[in-house]
Design a protein. Structure first.
Length: 484
């Protein structure tokens, strides 16, 4: 493919990187097959197994398969015969945002046409499309880092978390694919004339990100708008322009409910945080036609299990309760006399790496108050001393190396020209907004590690723009053979 004719990287090197990605994909498969053995909760299997339900309909009712695949009138009660068999088509908590599990389930349902149900065929495919995205990111920034091609290869392709999470049957593979194509064709359109191919790919990539992880697209938009304005007008005062664009978009976003009723970004964020905290604290959630109730981990013995997923509560039980039509008001029951029959919604254990985060209220002041801690958690954690598992330790070690590299860069900063400032601020804007969103809504270190993976190449690219290789060689002459 001509796409893989890349400046500074041979096709043999890209082929080797592809093989390394497959090996990491197999490592991810091994971890979730032999170490974390609960297939129903393993991220790599959840959507893969659900896709089998959709795929099997192709042989009995082909029209149903294509309606579910393309989302054509597939939200009627008729399709509950399929969705009720899936564990993750409907999320445990439904918010105003699109459920991002649908895209990965649909993709797996398509890949089953070729894989015949063999999981690691999907692994190879995901490795390939994520390689396309990472190559596109490299091609986007190599023109700004002509004398740092080797460093750029390492920053984009060889970061362990990018290799690990970006090489499995997970949403990250789709994200790298779409993110890479979006920034590549966006920059290409700015550098030259717009063409229909680039416009089509930009729209397609943006839609794919929207339906995979909406907040990634939200994090990109301010930087893309500012980058475009600066590149098409003049390169003067780029920081002021980025700040003005970001503030303008924030103001518009905070008033979105006036244009689209029911879509209040602050309320959506606060609900998302509340739902995540409930999940990581673990426990048992039950429901009936009137109420949803949550039993804490240490109160499981207060549940009386009946047949199937039905259960009732012992007298004197203690739990949290919500009216089914009003999830905003939480009621605390301390001495229950309820004899109703409930259905089990979910039963999960407490997350091993949960952390405390500030409670986010749906107000602008609460957002400002909690954003510094949110950015700190996403940027600097996990720390090495917080490691309670081998995966967290590896991520903490990687995080420590990246932070040391950032500190090292500060001692060897070079002056940037206007174009380089534009690129740096684009990367910084994306990382800054994404890290705040992740930090505000994610109270568990294991999830933070994975969710921030798409931003890590952009962190390192911004540092590569700042660092002065000549100063490093002058200070450490023995490094010249590695840096040249």
């Amino acid at each position: 493919m001509r796409f893989f004719e890349v400046e500074g990287v041979s096709k043999k090197t890209l082929s080797l990187i592809f093989v390394v990605k497959i090996l990491f994909g197999l490592l991810l498969w091994s971890v979730y097959t032999f170490y974390y053995t609960d297939r129903s909760t393993a991220d790599i299997y959840k959507y893969f197994d659900d896709s089998k339900i959709m795929f099997n309909s192709l042989f009995t009712k082909p029209l149903d398969y294509f309606q579910m695949l393309f989302g054509i009138k597939n939200d009627t009660p008729y399709f509950d015969q399929y969705y009720s068999q899936m564990n993750h088509w409907h999320t445990m908590f439904e918010s105003n945002l699109y459920s991002d599990s649908h895209t990965i389930i649909r993709l797996n349902a398509v890949l089953r046409l070729f894989s015949f149900g063999f999981y690691n065929v999907h692994t190879v495919f995901m490795c390939f499309i994520s390689l396309i995205g990472l190559t596109a990111i490299y091609k986007t920034f190599v023109s700004f880092l002509k004398n740092k091609k080797k460093e750029l290869v390492c920053a984009i392709f060889l970061i362990p978390s990018v290799l690990f999470w970006g090489s499995g049957v997970l949403k990250e593979g789709i994200l790298f694919f779409a993110l890479g194509l979006l920034v590549y064709h966006f920059n290409r359109s700015i550098q030259s004339r717009f063409n229909f191919k680039s416009v089509f790919i930009i729209i397609f990539s943006a839609i794919l990100i929207f339906y995979t992880k909406f907040y990634i697209l939200v994090s990109l938009i301010p930087g893309m708008i500012a980058f475009f304005l600066i590149a098409k007008t003049n390169n003067m005062a780029p920081f002021i322009k980025y700040l003005l664009v970001t503030v303008t978009i924030v103001i518009l976003g905070l008033n979105m409910e006036k244009i689209f009723p029911g879509y209040d970004p602050l309320e959506i964020l606060s609900i998302k945080q509340r739902d995540c905290i409930v999940l990581v604290n673990g426990g048992v959630v039950l429901y009936n036609d009137s109420f949803i109730i949550k039993i804490e981990n240490d109160k499981r013995n207060e549940i009386v299990h009946l047949n199937n997923d039905k259960c009732t509560l012992k007298k004197g039980s203690k739990y949290l309760c919500w009216h089914i039509n009003n999830m905003n008001d939480t009621l605390q029951v301390t001495n229950s006399t309820d004899t109703s029959i409930y259905t089990l919604l979910w039963d999960v254990q407490e997350a091993a790496s949960k952390i405390k985060i500030g409670k986010l209220e749906p107000t602008f002041l609460s957002l400002l108050r909690n954003s510094p801690q949110a950015f700190f958690n996403a940027m600097f954690r996990p720390f090495l001393f917080e490691s309670k598992s081998i995966l967290i330790f590896i991520s903490a070690f990687e995080n420590t190396v990246i932070l040391l590299f950032i500190v090292f860069t500060l001692f060897f900063i070079k002056p940037l020209d206007a174009e380089e400032w534009n690129v740096f601020l684009f990367c910084f804007s994306f990382v800054f907004i994404l890290y705040i969103i992740i930090g505000l809504t994610t109270p568990v270190l294991g999830a933070i590690v994975r969710y921030k993976t798409p931003a890590i190449p952009f962190v390192l690219i911004s540092m590569l723009l700042l660092i002065d290789k000549e100063k490093i060689v002058q200070r450490f002459p023995k490094l010249s053979k590695f840096l040249n």
